[in-house]
Design a protein around this ligand. Structure first.
Ligand code: NAP
Length: 530
């Protein structure tokens, strides 16, 4: 595919005569071709107006038609073959094997949502039939179901150029729900964004959807993203990225004359609690799994284990010894871009400068700054130092973690209490440990979106039960997930119909249950006709 470096508005590559930038190959530091033309506000208007214009036609399409669109996207992405992987590799330095797996997740997600849309239970249809002779007042016929919000804006993150970017869960769940999507391309992988957007535009055409259901806007430096978040026609924003960027966009969305929902998936330090039984039984294995999770993807995961807490003991010492030897052996690797690698280095320096913290281990091979490489680095500290230094709770995006030695079970609980919202927390222990530390679990339930027993948060399973979110600052709305099929609920809202004749109701609410979806009928689940 020949890249043009332009935004794609309603299926049409559209030149812009403002600034342009070159994506940079993080491994070589060289600029990649072609230059990317940054969209101005007029393109935001054009994209949002096309999305709004085509919303009614799009949402009137049958579930089967929208499912076919998602499948055409998945098929088109696979048909691009290694060309897509090579471009993503050049822009992000993520290894080809990792990108191959992530492409698999991207296409799997699209097909997962296609199946969800077809099946129909996600519409949450509820039917309460009329009781005209009810005393003292007749009961009206009341029915409700989910309806799409309208045009939504999607921002992907730098660290998932496929699964959390142009055709990631945000886009496919919104399209599946019947919402037109305008994507703000990530400036770290704009060529990859263009390739994926071209495939989506072709799928839109091939499946007979109106063209305004998808647009991609290129840009760097906040301007175009902010213009989209503030646009009068935008009905919701889904964002994955930094706390700083997410907070700025959240404030923009909520301070509009008509506020709109902003679903931000932000950073997290994902505390890990090592309980005594686990360390007694398998300190070495836990250390191996910890370093594997810490260094996976050069630590560039929002679920990276940034903080570890354990009770001071000989077993915790064994865990640290093994951790240190693995960290020293780990080969420094290239990060997503120079900015992330510079931020990582300054975060590690900040930790190293804290009185009361000491270096436990660092990759022995030197990191090549010109190739934006990061060295794995693990620190040790005590509870007092941890409590006195708020900065230790801040995400340093990359392969670094701080292990805090605690004195008692109560200390562990006190630390857990002191956390702000997190995406995940992990507990390593035996079933007996879990019973003994039941209060720790109760505390974490009030802090995080996902609690993991004997595992780590990296490697998120995409399935209906997944909850990938949490309390602020990990996410801006703790009820919603950005991964798994429940992600669709960010883009719909309930509409209630009272007293409508059967044939004038939306099909999922009619007496005949054409799809066989599960519905709540007079308070009972049913997948039959009423
Ligand atoms: P980022 O710098 O916040 O960028 C994300 C997107 O938002 C980019 O398109 C960026 O483009 C735009 N943006 C940032 N600040 C903006 C602002 N003030 N106004 C308008 N647009 C803005 O994040 P990133 O570096 O790509 O991603 C790394 C972060 O994502 C890490 O903190 C990681 O933990 C987090 N992450 C979270 C999850 C999760 O599921 N919770 C998953 C993956 C990653 P411009 O800067 O060009 O405008």
């Amino acid at each position: 595919m020949t890249l043009h470096g332009q935004s794609i508005i309603a299926g049409v590559p559209t030149p812009e005569f403002g600034d342009s930038f070159h994506p940079i190959n993080p491994t070589t530091g060289e600029p990649l071709q072609p230059p990317i033309q940054e969209a101005l506000g007029s393109l935001a208007d054009a994209a949002m107006e096309a999305a709004d214009r085509d919303f009614d036609e799009f949402r009137a399409k049958s579930p089967e038609q929208r499912a076919k669109l998602l499948e055409a996207i998945a098929n088109g992405l696979e048909a691009l073959g290694d060309e897509l992987l090579r471009r993503a590799h050049a822009e992000t330095a993520l290894p080809m094997a990792r990108l191959t797996a992530e492409r698999g997740r991207m296409t799997m997600q699209a097909r997962l949502f296609a199946n969800l849309i077809r099946e129909g239970t996600w519409l949450e249809a509820r039917i309460d039939r009329a009781i005209p002779d009810r005393q003292p007042m007749p009961k009206p016929d009341i029915r409700r179901m989910m309806q799409p919000l309208g045009p939504v804006v999607v921002f992907g993150a730098s660290n998932f150029p496929f699964a959390i970017s142009v055709a990631g869960t945000d886009t496919v769940s919104a399209l599946g729900a019947g919402c037109p999507v305008v994507v703000k391309a990530h400036p770290g992988h704009p060529g990859t964004c263009e390739m994926v957007a071209t495939v989506i535009s072709e799928a839109v055409k091939k499946t007979g959807m109106p063209p305004g259901v998808f647009s991609l806007l290129q840009g760097k430096g906040n301007y175009i993203g902010m213009a989209l978040a503030k646009h009068r026609l935008t009905q919701a924003v889904a964002f994955t990225g930094s706390l700083k960027g997410g907070r700025a966009l959240f404030d923009a969305c909520t301070s509009r004359a008509t506020p709109i929902p902003f679903y931000g998936e932000l950073g997290s330090v994902n505390p890990v609690f090592l309980l005594p039984g686990a360390l007694r039984e398998r300190a070495t294995e836990v250390a191996e799994a910890f370093v594997g999770s810490l260094t996976m993807g050069v630590g560039q995961f929002c679920t990276n284990p940034g903080l570890v807490f354990g009770l001071k003991s000989a077993e915790l010492g064994s865990f640290m010894d093994k951790t240190a030897s693995l960290v020293k052996e780990w080969q420094p690797s290239t990060m997503l871009h120079g900015g992330i690698s510079a931020a990582f280095d300054s975060g590690v320096e900040r930790f190293a400068g804290i009185h009361g913290i000491r270096l436990a281990a660092k990759s022995e091979a030197p990191a090549d700054a010109l190739a934006s490489q990061a060295a794995a680095t693990v620190f040790i500290t005590d509870q007092k130092t941890f409590e006195e230094n708020e900065t230790l709770r801040e995400e340093v995006f990359g392969p670094t973690s701080v292990v805090t030695y605690c004195e008692s079970k109560e200390d562990l609980e006190q630390l857990a209490e002191s956390f702000d919202g997190q995406l995940t927390a992990s507990i390593h222990g035996t079933p007996e440990d879990l019973k003994e530390h039941a209060r720790l679990v109760r505390i974490l339930e009030r802090k995080v979106g996902r609690i993991i027993f004997n595992g780590f948060g990296t490697g998120i399973e995409v399935c209906p039960s997944m909850h990938h979110g949490g309390l602020y600052p990990a996410a801006t709305h703790s009820f919603f997930t950005s991964i798994g099929t429940a992600a669709i609920y960010r883009f719909v809202r309930p509409v209630c119909y009272q007293g409508f004749p059967d044939e004038c109701l939306p099909e999922p609410l009619q007496n005949k249950n054409a799809n066989g979806a599960w519905r709540l009928v007079d308070g009972k689940m049913s997948n039959g006709d009423v």
